[in-house]
Design a protein around this ligand. Structure first.
Ligand SMILES: Cc1ncc(COP(=O)(O)O)c(C=O)c1O
Length: 287
């Protein structure tokens, strides 16, 4: 995400981001006891809003954090953040922690402790068509066994992303027990013989909102889409590899661990699906 913009949401009000103050006893700070969502905004309109809010509600439920807002309230917060930050192409970040108790205790605080709700917005740059595609490296997936929850406890993801940066790559693709899981902050799709393949949903990976929309777009133009386990060898032999994420759309991986994928340029299936996916996004004058 790019630099955050001015207006944030904090526990019930919009306020300048620089004025938000969070207690050091907040459980997000002490334990990473919080969940988050990143919602893309195109031309001033939230994209794939329902799947993002479904996932936020699920993450809260799975961790037993009280959902502090009804669906309509979440939508008002998101739309308020978009409006107050000038619309256009943005990424809305929402975070809910279990709140700040009066002492540090691993066990959950009493019901009287209210969740902390924080929202902010960043600009989202559309990649220049000539700069499409990235280099990726593979890394061992060192995360916990509930990666289906979008938790702010992201240390293993950070280590993988930093390893990618140090290798001059834009993403780390994670392997667990010889199989692909996902990227450090993205879903991974491979193309084999014209078909799109991704790992089946499960506790080892986050269910991606972008990858679901990409599969729907690809099915809409007649391409086969399958959920299958992808071994390391299969990953390395794929015709195309893409990463998918709310703030990055679908991006082709041109090189994996220093080895070219296909001819090292965005592939033909990517071109076709990227166009179909682009057509799903809200368009209009970005204000
Ligand atoms: C670990 C991980 N997997 C997958 C994704 C893709 O999810 P989405 O398409 O909903 O952004 C993300 C999003 O940033 C992520 O952090």
């Amino acid at each position: 995400m790019a630099a955050p913009l001015h207006t944030a949401w904090f526990n019930g009000s919009f306020m300048p981001l620089a004025e938000v103050r969070i207690s050091p006893l907040d459980r997000a700070f002490l334990f990473g006891d919080a969940v988050y969502e990143v919602i893309p905004v195109h031309a001033g309109q939230a994209f794939l809003l329902d799947p993002h809010l479904d996932r936020l509600e699920r993450s809260l439920r799975e961790l037993g954090i009280r959902n502090p807002c009804r669906r309509a309230e979440w939508i008002d917060i998101i739309n308020g953040l978009i409006e107050q930050n000038g619309g256009g192409n943005l990424a809305v970040y929402l975070q809910v922690s279990r709140g700040a108790d009066i002492k540090r205790d691993h066990a959950f605080p009493p019901e009287s402790v209210r969740p902390t709700v924080f929202g902010m917005v960043s600009t989202m740059a559309e990649p220049h068509p000539d700069q499409l595609g990235l280099r990726a490296i593979t890394c061992a997936d060192q995360r916990w066994s509930r990666c289906d929850i979008k938790s702010t406890a992201l240390l293993a993801n950070l280590l993988a992303r930093q390893a990618a940066r140090e290798a001059g790559a834009g993403e780390a693709i994670l392997l667990r027990d010889g199989y692909l899981t996902e990227g450090s902050a993205s879903s991974v799709i491979i193309v084999e013989g014209g078909a799109l393949i991704r790992r089946p949903a499960g506790p080892e990976l986050l269910p991606g909102t972008t990858t679901d929309a990409v599969f729907a777009a690809a099915a809409g133009v007649g391409l086969a889409c399958r959920d299958e386990m992808i071994s390391e060898q299969r990953l390395r032999q794929a015709d195309e590899i893409w990463i998918a994420a709310a703030t990055r759309g679908i991006t082709p991986v041109l090189e994996l661990d220093g080895k070219m994928i296909g001819d090292g340029r965005p592939g033909p299936v990517w071109r076709q699906v990227a166009a179909a996916f682009e057509a799903l996004k809200p368009h209009g004058t970005a204000h």
